[in-house]
Design a protein around this ligand. Structure first.
Ligand code: E4P
Length: 221
């Protein structure tokens, strides 16, 4: 499973990119709005930091508008992936953009049927929202599992991009369920790398080393 970061914050992207673990970035209108910067400028900056698929979402909801906006955004950088909502006009736009070899990520996907339609319309990615399903008392990870099974049986090449990840367990469960990619918030990346035994162990290694060096210096002095 590859890792994308789910943010439009440049500092967060820079920090996690330095770890060497990022294969892409997902943004959405809420994340872009939170940064209070120009959309095109933010996407351009992200593309300079991460060499991988960068999702940028359209605002229009009618098919003609989505196609026009998608084509325009796709010109910004070769790595841009057009994010479209999983609604009928989104499918129509997905088909049209995919035909022109523009990569599409179908977002706000909450069911296997929606995902099958997205795949059929030519989406490169489909984004099931794990956390938002959990929020309404439905099992988000179960959707990833079902999708992985159905896509395998049907030999569907559309990639499962596990989204709306809220905690480190969502990441593990997405990997176990067969997601191709997980898009993870900055905070969750930080939680993933942290372990108290690592910190404790490192502290002891360094203390032992320093004590031994001090003794050695005392003997040779
Ligand atoms: C995916 O691409 C979305 O940006 C994202 O994962 C939404 O997550 P949320 O439910 O935490 O807003």
């Amino acid at each position: 499973m590859r890792f994308f970061i789910d943010t439009a914050n440049i500092e967060e992207i820079k920090e996690i990119a330095k770890w060497g673990v990022l294969s892409g970035v997902t943004t959405n209108p809420s994340l872009i709005a939170k940064e209070g910067k120009d959309f095109k400028k933010v996407v351009g900056e992200i593309c300079e930091i991460v060499d991988g698929d960068i999702s940028a979402e359209v605002i229009c909801t009618d098919p003609e508008g989505m196609i026009k906006e998608g084509k325009e955004i796709a010109k910004w950088h070769k790595n841009v992936v057009i994010k479209l909502p999983t609604i009928p006009s989104g499918l129509e736009a997905c088909k049209a953009l995919s035909k022109e070899n523009i990569k599409v990520n179908m977002t706000l996907c909450f069911s296997v049927n929606q995902a099958l339609l997205c795949a059929s319309a030519g989406a490169k990615y489909v984004s099931p929202f794990v956390g938002r399903l959990d929020d309404i008392n439905q099992d988000g990870i179960m959707l990833i599992k079902d999708l992985a099974t159905v896509f395998k049986v049907q030999n569907i090449k559309t990639e499962i991009l596990s989204a709306s990840i809220r905690n480190p367990l969502h990441v593990i469960e997405s990997a176990r369920a067969g997601a191709d990619v997980a898009t993870i918030p900055y905070k969750v990346f930080k939680q993933m790398i942290q372990h108290p035994l690592t910190d404790k162990g490192l502290e002891k290694f360094l203390n032992d080393w320093n004590e031994a060096m001090l003794k050695k210096t005392a003997v040779t002095a």
